[in-house]
Design a protein around this ligand. Structure first.
Ligand code: ADP
Length: 459
C-alpha cells in the first residue's frame, strides 16, 4: 500500500517537476540566443555604414557596443574581414587577430551558436553583411553568460526538492495511517478466524468503518452463528443418541440383575423377564437401524438412486405390508388414487419415508379408527396425503415433530416402539427429492400429512 501511494502520489509529481524545470531551461536559453542574435543584427547594421570596421574609434559606437555587452554580462568582439579585432569590450585583444573556427565559418556564410552548459555561457557570431554587394565585411562575436538562467533553474530545483521531500513525508505518514486503518479490520477478521480455528466458537467480530470489510465481518458473524447452531445441534444429537441408546441397556441391566439376585427364581419369572429383555434388545436394534438410516441420509443428495417407478404400486405395497398392524388395532386402511403416477424417485428411501407416515397414522390412532392414503398429481408434482382419525398433535408441537428424537408423548411413543427419528428421516428423504411436507392436525380429531414431490427429479 505504501508503494502504491508512493508511485501514484510522488513519482508523477517528480517526473513532471523535472520536465518543467528542463523546459524552463531550454526556453530561457533559446530566448537568450534569440535576443543576442537580434542585438548582433542591430549592431551590424549600425557598424556597416560608418567605416568602423576599417578605422574603429567611433566613440558613440564604442559606447553602444559596451552597453550591449554589459547588458548581457558578456564580451563582444568585432572582427573585420582581415580577421583583425577592431573592438574587444574587455580591451584585452584590441588590434590582434582572431582566427577561430566560428569566425571563419561565419565568413563562409554559416552563423555559429555554441551553448555551453558547463561554463554557463552562450557564444554566437553575427556577420556584418553589406546588403548591396552581399559581402561579409566583418563578424561580431558575442560571448554572454547564462548564469542568471541557471541560477533560477537551480533555485527552482531546490524548491521542488524541498516540496517533493515534504510531500514524500506527508504521503508516507498518510499512507501509514490509511493502510493501518484499512488493514486493521482485516487483521481483526483474520485474528477472529484464527481464534475460531482454535475452537473459540462463541466469539464474533464487530467492525465499524469500511463498507466492504463490514460486510465481510457480517458474513463472518453469520457463518459463526450457523456454526454455533450446527455445533449445538450436533451436541444435542450426540447427547440424545447416548440417552436413547442407554435406556434399553439400563432396562436390560435392571431386569437381569433382579433375576440374578433371586436365588431360586421360578422359571415363569425367568421367562417373563427374558421376554422383556428381548423386547429391549429389539428396541435398541430399531434405534440403531433408524440412526443408521438417518446418518446415511445426512450424506449428499447425490447418493440417491433415482429410477422411474409407479407410485401407485409403491403405496399399495406399503399398505399391504402395514395392514397386519392396522388390523391388530381394528384400524381401517383406505387407499385412494386419482390417477396413475409415474415419477423419478429413490424407491427404497421414498418407501421408508411414506412407510413412517402411514405407520405413525396407525400407531397414533384410536381403536377402530381409519387411515386414508391418497395419491394425486399435476403436470409437475405428485401429492401424497396421509390422513388419520387419531389423537392429533398439539398445535405448539407441530413444528417440532420433525426434529430428531422429538416425541409428543414419550410413553406412548415408547409403547408403540417409536424412536422419535421416523419423521426426521421422512422429512430428510422428501427434501432430498426437492419436495415438501406439511402437517395439519387437531388434538383429539386427527392428523393429515401432505407430501409434494416433483415428478421429474431435479438434481
Ligand atoms: P416416533 O418414532 O416416536 O413415532 P416420529 O419422528 O415418527 O417418532 O414422530 C414424532 C412424534 O410426532 C411422535 O412421537 C408423535 O408424538 C408425533 N406424531 C407423529 N405422527 C403422528 C400422527 N399421525 N398422529 C399423532 N401424532 C403423531
Amino acid at each position: 500500500m505504501l508503494a502504491i501511494f508512493f508511485f501514484i502520489g510522488v513519482v508523477p509529481l517528480f517526473i513532471s517537476t523535472v520536465v518543467l524545470i528542463n523546459t524552463y531551461e531550454d526556453k530561457a536559453v533559446n530566448n537568450r540566443v534569440a535576443e543576442l542574435q537580434n542585438q548582433g543584427k542591430l549592431l551590424s547594421t549600425m557598424l556597416l555604414p560608418t567605416g568602423y570596421l576599417t578605422k574603429g574609434d567611433i566613440p558613440e559606437l564604442d559606447v553602444q557596443i559596451s552597453r550591449t555587452s554589459e547588458m548581457y554580462s558578456g564580451r563582444i568582439l568585432v572582427v573585420n574581414n582581415n580577421l583583425k579585432i577592431i573592438k574587444d569590450t574587455y580591451s584585452l585583444e584590441d588590434g590582434r587577430y582572431l582566427v577561430s573556427a566560428e569566425v571563419l565559418q561565419t565568413f563562409r556564410g554559416t552563423n555559429s551558436r555554441i551553448i555551453n552548459k558547463e561554463n554557463q555561457s552562450i557564444k554566437i557570431t553575427t556577420p556584418i553583411t553589406d546588403s548591396s554587394t552581399n559581402e561579409i565585411k566583418g563578424v561580431i562575436v558575442m560571448n554572454c553568460s547564462t548564469r542568471d538562467i541557471y541560477n533560477i533553474r537551480n533555485n527552482l530545483e531546490n524548491r521542488a526538492t524541498i516540496f517533493a521531500v515534504t510531500l514524500v513525508i506527508l504521503v508516507m505518514v498518510f499512507a501509514i495511517y490509511l493502510s493501518g486503518k484499512l488493514t486493521k479490520p482485516l487483521t481483526n477478521v483474520v485474528n477472529s478466524i484464527d481464534r475460531l480455528s482454535e475452537g473459540y466458537l462463541e466469539e464474533g467480530v464487530s467492525i465499524k468503518g469500511f463498507n466492504e470489510v463490514e460486510k465481510i465481518s457480517d458474513s463472518f458473524n453469520h457463518m459463526i452463528s450457523r456454526m454455533q447452531k450446527l455445533e449445538s445441534s450436533r451436541q444435542e444429537f450426540v447427547s440424545n443418541v447416548s440417552h436413547e441408546l442407554k435406556t434399553p441397556i439400563t432396562s436390560i441391566k435392571v431386569l437381569s440383575d433382579s433375576l440374578l439376585m433371586q436365588e431360586d427364581a421360578p422359571v415363569e419369572l425367568y421367562r417373563e423377564f427374558l421376554t422383556d429383555i428381548a423386547e429391549e434388545i429389539e428396541r435398541e436394534d430399531k434405534i440403531i437401524t433408524d440412526l443408521l438410516s438417518l446418518v446415511k441420509l445426512d450424506k449428499k443428495a447425490g447418493d440417491l438412486n433415482i429410477v422411474s417407478i409407479n407410485i401407485n404400486e409403491l403405496l399399495e405395497q406399503i399398505l399391504k405390508r402395514l395392514s397386519p398392524i392396522a388390523k391388530k388395532q381394528n384400524i381401517e386402511l383406505i387407499y385412494e388414487s386419482f390417477r396413475p403416477v409415474i415419477a423419478e424417485v429413490d424407491e427404497v428411501k421414498l418407501s421408508l419415508a411414506i412407510n413412517n407416515l402411514i405407520e405413525n397414522a396407525i400407531k397414533y390412532n384410536i381403536e377402530e379408527g381409519w387411515v386414508r392414503v391418497s395419491l394425486n398429481a399435476d403436470h409437475k408434482y405428485f401429492f401424497i396425503k396421509v390422513a388419520d382419525s387419531g389423537i392429533g398433535i398439539p398445535e405448539d408441537e407441530q413444528d417440532s415433530i420433525f426434529e430428531r428424537f422429538y416425541r409428543v408423548d414419550k410413553a406412548r411413543s415408547r409403547e408403540t416402539g417409536g424412536t422419535g427419528l421416523g419423521l426426521a428421516i421422512t422429512r430428510n428423504v422428501i427434501q432430498m427429492h426437492r419436495g415438501a411436507i406439511r402437517v395439519y392436525s387437531k388434538e383429539g380429531e386427527g392428523t393429515t400429512f401432505n407430501v409434494r414431490i416433483p415428478l421429474n427429479y431435479i438434481s
